[in-house]
Ligand binder design. Structure first.
Ligand code: PMP
Ligand code: GLU
Length: 397
């Protein structure tokens, strides 16, 4: 079969590919220490599962409006108002099959061939791929470890051309854990307004912010900023609901209408039962979010402690999310594990998996050669065993 040029150019998601590689090794009976996917290991909280069961038993198993039910749209608005103070109308919400789908909706509704989309690097694997799917060009702007991997307003301004359609911002960031300061965000917001550039603010890790860092939703910097902001969020990370596939956008009503039209042709609607579960997540008790954060905090401390013991690696301390993104390039060109010598992060990850059965994701996939990503959305015992394996791999005797 002759495949389209678009799909031939498309790379598979590197995070999903790395997880599949680890699972393949596991299926051969090998104990693998898996730190690939950004997926909370907790089961979805009981009251959310219960709401889904009740929805099924009540027969809520049919098509819903394409952009989600009015009840869930209202729950999204209420939760956003509770958390940020900003008022949105249900007509400004489009519920999708996950935040990844929402990002695709945003890009498809706004971008096409000839357009440019600014993406600060390191960036989440799917950002550049989803931009390319629309025919637009990703304009990658590298940020530095010294800046905490945050885009400055000067860098943003310098990257703008008359073809710029959008800035894709991710705060807190996957893969770096970078949490922007309020002042840093405000400076970006001023540039966006002055130059009339829309900003997609992916805030899927908004509930996972650690001591010493802060979170402020991008749209809260004023009505002029909100008019240019598309906020992306979902239930996957905060409520341990990756498999339910519910995400959404909060955006100006005209763009929301366009994205809803897109969904009506592409997917009909997000899963009806999952929508009931998402209402319970957003409107129900929020203690589960704090309880999971407590565990992520403990794991983060452990990971930072173990990384501090390893010589010659560097990282910017993650202020949010559940990733450690560290530079291993000083280990290139030296014998590792069973004696392998590597000169890039992808080969480093392959050798680490083969020799120590520790699965990380290469920084190349995030636009950051020399780095690797470790997801600490997994239990402390696995983290301990994984770090023991990593240390032995780095210091073969
Ligand atoms: N944005 C970022 C930054 C992510 O890390 C992820 C997934 N880990 C998503 C969006 C997509 O989340 P989902 O589709 O599960 O809602
Ligand atoms: N986004 C998560 C990650 O970065 C899940 C995998 C994916 O959707 O790519 O690991």
């Amino acid at each position: 079969m002759q495949l389209s040029a678009t799909v031939q150019k498309l790379k598979p998601s590197a995070t999903i590919a790395a997880a599949a590689k680890a699972k393949e090794l596991k299926s051969k009976g090998v104990t693998v220490y898996e730190f690939t996917l950004g997926e909370p290991d907790f089961i979805t909280p009981a009251h959310i599962r219960e709401a889904a069961k009740q929805a099924m038993d009540a027969g809520n198993t049919h098509y819903t409006p394409a952009g989600g039910t009015l009840e869930l749209k209202q729950a999204v608005c209420d939760a956003y108002q509770r958390d940020t103070g900003l008022c949105y109308e249900p007509s400004q919400v489009v519920v999708s099959n996950g935040a990844k789908h929402s990002i695709h909706n945003v890009l498809t509704a706004l971008c096409g061939p000839g357009d440019e989309v600014i993406i600060p690097a390191p960036y989440w694997v799917s950002y550049a791929a989803l931009v390319e799917l629309t025919g637009a060009t990703p304009v990658i702007v590298p940020t530095t470890e010294e800046s905490g991997f945050c885009l400055s307003s000067e860098q943003f301004e310098a990257a703008i051309t008359d073809r710029t359609k959008l800035l894709m911002l991710n705060n807190p960031c996957n893969p770096t854990g970078a949490a922007y300061s309020v002042a840093g965000l405000e400076a970006l917001a001023r540039v966006a307004v002055d130059r009339a550039i829309p900003v997609m603010s992916d805030e899927i890790y908004d509930k996972l912010v650690y001591e010493g860092s802060e979170f402020k939703s991008f749209a809260t910097f004023g009505d002029d900023v909100a008019a240019l902001t598309i906020t992306v969020n979902g239930v996957s990370k905060a409520y341990a609901m990756t498999g339910w596939r519910i995400g959404w956008t909060l955006a100006p009503a005209d763009l929301s209408k366009a994205m809803e039209k897109l969904q009506s042709q592409e997917t009909s609607n997000p899963c009806s039962v999952s929508q009931f579960a998402a209402i319970a997540a957003l409107s129900g008790p929020q203690d589960c979010v704090g309880d999971m954060l407590t565990q992520f905090r403990e794991r983060r401390e452990y990971v930072l402690g173990r990384l501090a013991e390893i010589p010659d690696i560097s990282l910017a301390t993650p202020g949010g999310a559940f990733y450690a993104f560290f530079n291993v390039s000083s280990y290139f060109g030296k014998p590792l594990g069973s004696g392998k010598v590597v000169d890039n992060s992808s080969d480093f990850c392959t050798a680490l998996l083969e020799d120590a059965h520790v699965a990380l994701v290469t920084g190349d996939a995030f636009g950051a050669p020399g780095y690797v990503r470790l997801s600490f959305a997994t239990n402390l015992d696995t983290l301990q065993a994984g770090f023991d394996g990593l240390q032995t791999f780095l210091n073969p005797s």
